[in-house]
Design a protein around this ligand. Structure first.
Ligand code: ADP
Ligand code: MG
Length: 458
């Protein structure tokens, strides 16, 4: 019965989805009105439920002619591991008291730090919130069973949201668990440079040897590969070799792969063949938890109201949050004062009046947005209303309203003398699309960052 249901489902999902989410579901038992299946992890269960529960129930109903329940049970080996993880996560205090040597006793793996990885980038040091739960759970699941379930995995998100941290956590975790695992971490930029050098020095065999023999390959910031055709080609072959050998690959990108310009379709297709997860900026509670943890790690007491203030003021990303905290702590130490609310307020004020915020003009916004979408600034201001132009134009208007003081009327004037109601509709349209499509928010974050960078150079 379940097999029949699977066959029907298979026709309704893509090949990739089928392999990814259905092949690992195991039929366990059933009675009159319910069926029990076993899945590899609770992460897996949650994903299948979220994505396919309706489809599964519908199919079961179709086949049986009545309503059917489905229960998911978790495979045993995984349950033990998950429980251990839960315990360490739930009890922050206990975890912090644990000395490193104790941790090492618990696992028989490598006692030296993983080469090329930052030891601080671990799951234990990663605060999980609504903004990153999916990504974090996926990363944990992968590190338990590299190469089997979610291969490759692509983590995308704006700058400073924890991509590198999560990526290296997987590396560190596998390194701890598995003796002799060959873990290779590289930024796409270094990968490119190394590749070019290997050609110049006639040592491509060494290059291939290094990357195609990895057990876990972690490549950071793959958006860097745009326009690098030869490197893309090389990575394509590296990918295939590792994929066939069931070796785990994880990539990060600051934007959805579909937004990376000038990258071959077949490589794009490889990147997204497995699981794609995204990171969003943290909400208040998570931001607070992150900063508390950072302060604790530095051994500095920072009052709650100071942390709250930072988190209220800085909503961009975790890196900025950390920078603000560090700055406040450094200042307090310098003048030999407590980290008081007053010190924090003064320091944050300077933080915000940094030049980055000031040189943002509508010109810069139009230039960056146009460039991102392969258009010219004049097209953004022009009359054309095809989709290729209209959407970027709406984005640019929305961003202008978000990060400058310009009124709707001002914005209309800057965009080819349009009416303020046009601007209003554009902003509403983007807001509502953002609610249904998380990639839009992501693109906007990327654009805003670029605009700020440009602005600070001006
Ligand atoms: P990205 O690679 O996305 O630009 P990083 O991984 O470098 O971002 O993260 C920036 C900083 O923020 C790092 O110091 C990282 O440890 C920290 N960070 C990001 N997210 C979290 C989190 N959820 N918990 C703890 N620290 C975090
Ligand atoms: Mg990074």
């Amino acid at each position: 019965f379940w097999d029949e249901a699977l066959k029907i489902i298979q026709q309704q999902v893509s090949e990739q989805e089928h392999v990814m989410w259905f092949q690992q579901i195991e039929y366990t038992e059933s009675d009159e009105d319910s069926i029990t299946v076993t899945v590899p992890s609770s992460f897996y269960r949650d994903q299948v439920k979220q994505r396919y529960l309706d489809l599964i129930l519908k199919t079961l109903r179709q086949l049986s002619g009545r309503s059917f329940q489905i229960h998911f049970s978790i495979a045993k080996t995984e349950m033990v591991q998950e429980k251990t993880y839960q315990e360490t996560r739930d009890d922050t205090q206990k975890r912090n008291d644990q000395s490193p040597s104790e941790e090492k006793k618990q696992n028989p793996g490598n006692s030296l730090p993983a080469p090329g990885l930052n030891e601080e980038y671990t799951f234990t040091n990663f605060v999980v919130g609504d903004n990153n739960r999916f990504a974090a759970n996926a990363a944990i699941a992968i590190s338990k069973n590299p190469g089997t379930t979610y291969n490759p995995c692509l983590i995308y998100g704006g700058v400073g949201l924890g991509k590198t941290h999560l990526l290296q956590s997987i590396g560190n975790s596998v390194w701890q668990e598995k003796d002799n695992a060959k873990i290779v971490y590289v930024t796409a930029e270094d990968f490119t440079n190394e590749f070019i050098r290997s050609i110049q020095e006639n040592k491509t065999h060494l290059f291939k040897n290094k990357y195609r023999k990895a057990d876990v390959l972690l490549i950071d910031d793959i958006h860097f590969l745009q326009k690098k055709h030869e490197t893309q080609e090389e990575l394509f072959h590296t990918f295939n070799a590792l994929f066939d050998a069931k070796k785990q690959m994880i990539f990060t990108s600051d934007r959805p792969v579909s937004e990376i310009k000038d990258i071959t379709e077949r490589l794009q297709n490889r990147f997204t063949r497995g699981l794609t997860v995204d990171l969003q900026p943290p909400q208040m509670e998570t931001a607070v938890a992150i900063l508390k943890k950072k302060a604790e790690k530095q051994g500095v007491y920072v009052a709650n109201d100071v942390i709250n203030l930072i988190c209220q003021k800085i909503t961009t990303n975790v890196r900025d949050l950390e920078a603000a905290l560090t700055r406040i702590i450094a200042y307090a130490e310098l003048v030999n004062k407590e980290v008081s609310l007053e010190v924090a307020q003064r320091q944050l004020k300077d933080f915000f009046s940094s030049p980055t915020q000031n040189n943002i003009t509508v010109d810069v916004i139009q230039r960056v947005v146009a460039d991102y979408f392969n258009l010219s600034a004049n097209e953004l201001k022009g009359k054309k209303r095809t989709r290729q132009v209209a959407f970027p134009r709406q984005m640019a208007m929305y961003i202008t309203r978000e990060i400058t003081e310009a009124s709707m009327t001002d914005v209309g004037l800057e965009f080819g003398g349009r009416d303020h109601t046009t601007v209003m509709h554009a902003c509403q349209r983007i807001s509502s699309r953002m609610r249904t499509d998380p990639t839009i928010e992501d693109i906007i974050q990327t654009l805003i960052r670029k605009i700020k960078e440009e602005g600070s150079r001006a």
